[in-house]
Design a protein around this ligand. Sequence first.
Ligand SMILES: Cc1cc2nc3c(=O)[nH]c(=O)nc-3n(C[C@H](O)[C@H](O)[C@H](O)COP(=O)(O)O)c2cc1C
Length: 435
Amino acid sequence: MSRRSEDEKLHLNVNILPSGSHPAAWRSPTGRPHGFIDIALYQEIGRIAERGKLDAVFLADTLALPVDSICDGPTWSLDPVVILSSIAAVTEHVGLIGSASATFLPPWTLARTFLSLDHASSGRAGWNLVTSSDPTSAFNFSADPLPPKALRYEQAAEYVEIVKALWDGWAEDALIADVESGVFADPGRIEAPNHAGAHYAVAGALALPRSSQGRPLLVQAGGSPEGRDLAARHADALFNAQLTLAGAQRYYCDIKKRAEAHGRRGADIAVLPGVEITVGETAAEAWARKNALDELIPRDVRIRHFAAHVGIPAERLQWDEPVPIEFDDLLTSSNMFGFVSAVNDLNVEERPAVGELIRRGGAGHRTLIGSPTEVADSLEEWFEERGADGFNVNIDVFPDGLERFVALAVPELQRRGLFRREYDEPTLRQRYGVG
Ligand SMILES: Cc1cc2nc3c(=O)[nH]c(=O)nc-3n(C[C@H](O)[C@H](O)[C@H](O)COP(=O)(O)O)c2cc1C
C-alpha cells in the first residue's frame, strides 16, 4: 500500500468518557468523582481540545442505567446534545459529535435536535448513528424487547435516509428573509420527506433551514458486516475498535472497498480507531501513571468488566491464562461484533493471557502508553500503513490526561507534519474533507 502524501493529515477526536476511559478515573487523585454531571468540566475539556486543535469532541450515549456496573463507576448520564451545546458556547472551532440511537428516537426529533446543534455551533455538529446494543434500554421505550441486530440495522438504513432528507429539505435559497419585500421563506423550495416505508412514516419538513455546513457530519460505529455496510453507504467518518495493526488494516481496506462499491470514494469516509493514550514526559512517567491507576482496581473487577464486554462468563477466565473459549461462537452471537473481533485478532496473533489482553485494551480500546515519541511513532505507523485516517482518542483521566496529550503528544505530531497547527476550515464537514 502506498504511503501518505504530505498534504494528508491525521484526524484526532477526543472521546469524552465519563471521568476518563480508565475504569479508576473517578477515583484517581486528579479525577473528579462528580465530573460526569458537571457541565463546567465538559466545557473545560472542550477548551483544552480546542487548544490542541483537535477535530472534535465526541460523546457516546446509552439509554439505560447499567445496574450491574454502576457500583464500579460513572456512566453516560447527561444528554450528549446538552453537553455539546454548552461546549459550543465556550469554543469556536472544535467539532461536536454526539451519539444518538436510531432504534429508539423518532427520526424527526433526532434530525431537528442535531440540526439545531449545528446552527447553534455554526456548522460544527456531528451525529454518531448508533443502533443501541443494550437489551435493557428497549424496555425504557416500550414493552417490546430489543429488535435483533439485523432488524436494527435494517431500520437504521431507512431511518438515516429520512434524517438526511429532513436535513436537506430546505434548498440553499429557501430562506429569503427579505425585509423590503416581506418574503421570509419560499415554501416551494422546501421539500417534505413524505416518507411512508416499512418502519417509519414521516410527512413534513423541519422548520429549520440548512446549516452553514449543509448538514451535520454523519458518523457511525458498527463493526459487524451489517454495520460496516450502513457506514459505507452513508457515513462521513467511522469509529471502530482495533487492537492490532493487521486487524485495523483489514477493516480499513474493507470499508474503503465497500464505500467504492456504493459509488463513493474511499476518501469520503474517515476510519478512526479508538486508542486510549497515557503519555508522559518519559516512558517511565507514563507507565507510573498507568500502573498507579491499575492498582486502584482489583483484578477480579477488571476480569468482570472484560468478561461482560466480550460476552464470556467471568468464572471461566484466569488472569494468567489465555481465554479458553472459541471466538467464532462469541462473534456469531455478539451484540458488539466490532469489539469482540478486535479481541479475537489479538488473541489469534499472540494468544496472550487474560491479564495481558486487558492491559492492551481488551475491555475497550487499544492502550498506548509512553513518551511523546513512542506515542507519535505508533499513531504515525497506523496512519502511514493505512490502518487509520485518524483516531478517536480516549483519555485515561479528565481533565489532566487531556492536558498531557495536548501538551506532549500533539506538538510531536505537529512537528512531524502529521497534524494541523491551526484550524483552517470553518466547518466540521470541511475539516473531514466532505464539505
Ligand atoms: C468508538 C465507539 C463508540 C460507540 N458509541 C456508542 C454509543 O454511544 N452508543 C451505543 O449504543 N453504541 C455505541 N457503540 C456501539 C456501536 O455503535 C454498535 O452498536 C456496536 O458496536 C454493535 O454493533 P456491531 O455489532 O455492528 O459492532 C460505539 C462503538 C464504538 C467503536
